[in-house]
Design a protein around this ligand. Sequence first.
Ligand SMILES: *Cc1c(COP(=O)(O)O)cnc(C)c1O
Ligand code: SF4
Length: 352
Amino acid sequence: MPGNIGTKRIVSQKTLHDGQELLDAGLISSQQKEAIDKVNKYYAIAVPPLLASRIQNQNDPIARQVIPSLSELKETPGEVADPIGDERFSPLKGLVHRYEDRVLIKPILICPLYCRFCFRREQVGHKQDSVLDIASWEKIFDYVKDHQEIREVILSGGDPLMLSPRRLSWIFQELDNIRHIKLIRLHTRVPIAMPERVNEALLKVLEDSLKSVWVAIHTNHVKEFSQPACDAFKRLTQVGVALVGQTVLLKNVNDNVSALEALFCKMLDYKIKPYYLHQLDKAPGTDHFHVPVQRGLKLLEALRGRVTGLAWPTYVYDIPGGFGKVPLGPSYLKGDDQVRDPKGQWHKVERI
Ligand SMILES: *Cc1c(COP(=O)(O)O)cnc(C)c1O
Ligand code: SF4
């Protein structure tokens, strides 16, 4: 896809899954195809039609996220297959119990698109064993029932909204019957990548739940906010779901002040509260997306004071090895008697 490809583009009606399909859609050049075929031996590709239609050129923030590059075959020291240490805290297939009051479930290892920087890229997109079987679900429900300290069930993946509304309905009904579960949270890119899946059947499942339902939307650039995506957000808020946003800080996608400001403000326009800005996890072949933490801190500092406080996410890092997510700052405090204002000036204060 050298330079601008505008008029040559053929907008496909189906999701693109390999080099040939990307080439046929005019998204890559024939020289790139070979490299992409190599990458595809290791990592899945999916570019849904809505996102494909929004890609303008090679450096487009959507293209950077979904079109493979040869850099993915380069491994950098520190990169590991399981960067956030899910394995260590997985008592059952499909379940991660790292924090006492909440469990994370991976009901499906399929996504509507495959992010080139994905932290679970070694797990998602394989053809076999991609949907959690009923026997595994039964064990998970028993585990959750037995652990009264669990308040929240997080459906992650993969992407839980790639499940059929029927399967989701069954899961929600089972969870509705567990008294100590108060919250159900889903992590998804479906409203952005395949908003047509946010249909009546799915909305009914979310609306009918007896629990407090939260949907965390993974979005990294304002260009992902197509009209169909925005309509899907509206449908979700209309059925009483609370929306939060999750963003990964990514080199040449959103690592500048104006991109982050536009993204966080756009989220608020659709009642999506920016929740986390994630420091990139060290999954294999993702170093070309790495933004140093000091740069991330500076970007957030530049937003402070100028943009509504509602637009401010917590900048978090998942410590490799499974030690948990922690906020990285920026900090405005020095010792216990000095505070920095948003313009950078220090003030001595008493009894803070
Ligand atoms: C990220 C994560 C959560 C959710 O953490 P919050 O800080 O509550 O958003 C829960 N469980 C696991 C295993 C996680 O990786
Ligand atoms: S949607 Fe999430 S799990 Fe799926 S490829 Fe992207 S980052 Fe990975």
